[in-house]
Design a binder for this molecule. Structure first.
Ligand code: AMP
Length: 267
């Protein structure tokens, strides 16, 4: 598939659909960034290559009619809903791989995930040719990797991050929240509480901060911590004397549902 032309500047929001108020914030931001003469473009594509063999690709929620209504309500000028065959040539043989920022946090537990993300975002950028692309800070590592990719590959696109949109009880909005049982849902705000508590504790040791987060999460008996890490917020490496801000990032299973969240604070 070749380029699709939209009146510029083009502000682009790639998504996997099952859109919620978090996506809506990104689309509204894109609409403002595009200005009156430009285009806010949303893509909806559940990208098979970023799901592992035991992940939820086939049961990932698909809600196209509602998604289109939300895009319209947020001022999207175009919604691009490609098929996998339009994105991937049958004999596609090129991948984009980031090799530093993806080595921690979600990287080890989801082999190939960020390769899938970088490759599909590169393909979507090639089709949509955005001037600006908007991503959520909820997926902190993904945002950092996309920024690095755009920088290292000299992509002519500005990457904009948008703060995480949350439920009133602090749970980060996610398309996967709908998988939670009522009991799991009632315990899930423990994630936000644990991150906030750590960020306000005054603790300076990354390992003690991570241990604190794990201890707080133990208050939710249905939570199983996949990882809890405290890293330099820019380099995603263990903090050192030059570190000014850290990110505390967690992945937590509730049953089969894996939720991620993060908080950035001065160090
Ligand atoms: P997804 O559809 O899950 O691939 O997400 C598409 C975009 O929406 C990504 O840039 C996410 O970081 C962003 N996003 C997802 N949830 C939220 C949220 N609660 N707040 C802000 N952005 C979000």
């Amino acid at each position: 598939m070749s380029r699709i032309r939209f009146p510029g500047p083009v502000a682009f929001v790639p998504t996997m659909g099952a859109l919620h108020a978090g996506h809506a914030a990104l689309i509204r931001r894109a609409r403002r960034l595009a200005g009156p003469n430009g285009s806010a473009v949303v893509s909806i594509f559940v990208n098979p290559t970023q799901f592992g063999p035991n992940e939820d690709f086939s049961r990932y929620p698909r809600t196209e009619a509602e998604d289109l209504a939300l895009c319209a309500a947020c001022g999207a000028d175009a919604v691009f809903i490609p098929t996998a065959a339009q994105i991937y040539a049958p004999d596609a043989s090129v991948q984009v791989r980031e090799t530093a920022l993806s080595s921690r946090l979600c990287g080890p537990g989801r082999p190939g995930h960020f390769d899938g993300v970088c490759t599909v975002v590169t393909i979507l950028f090639g089709i949509v040719r955005p001037d600006i692309a908007v991503f959520g800070q909820k997926d902190y590592q993904q945002l950092a990797i996309i920024r690095r990719m755009a920088r290292d590959l000299h992509m002519p696109v500005r990457i904009v991050g948008v703060p995480t949109v949350r439920e009133p009880d602090g749970l980060a909005l996610s398309s996967r929240n709908r998988y939670l049982s009522p009991e799991e849902r009632s315990q899930a705000p423990a994630i936000r509480r644990a991150l906030l508590e750590a960020s306000r504790s005054g603790e300076r040791s990354p390992s003690k901060l991570a241990a604190r987060i794990r201890r707080s999460l133990a208050a939710a008996p249905l939570a199983r911590v996949d990882y809890a890490e405290v890293l330099d917020a820019d380099r995603l490496t263990p903090p050192d004397r030059s570190t000014r801000r850290v990110v505390a990032a967690v992945a937590v299973f509730f049953g089969k549902t894996r939720l991620i969240d993060n908080i950035v604070f001065p160090f």
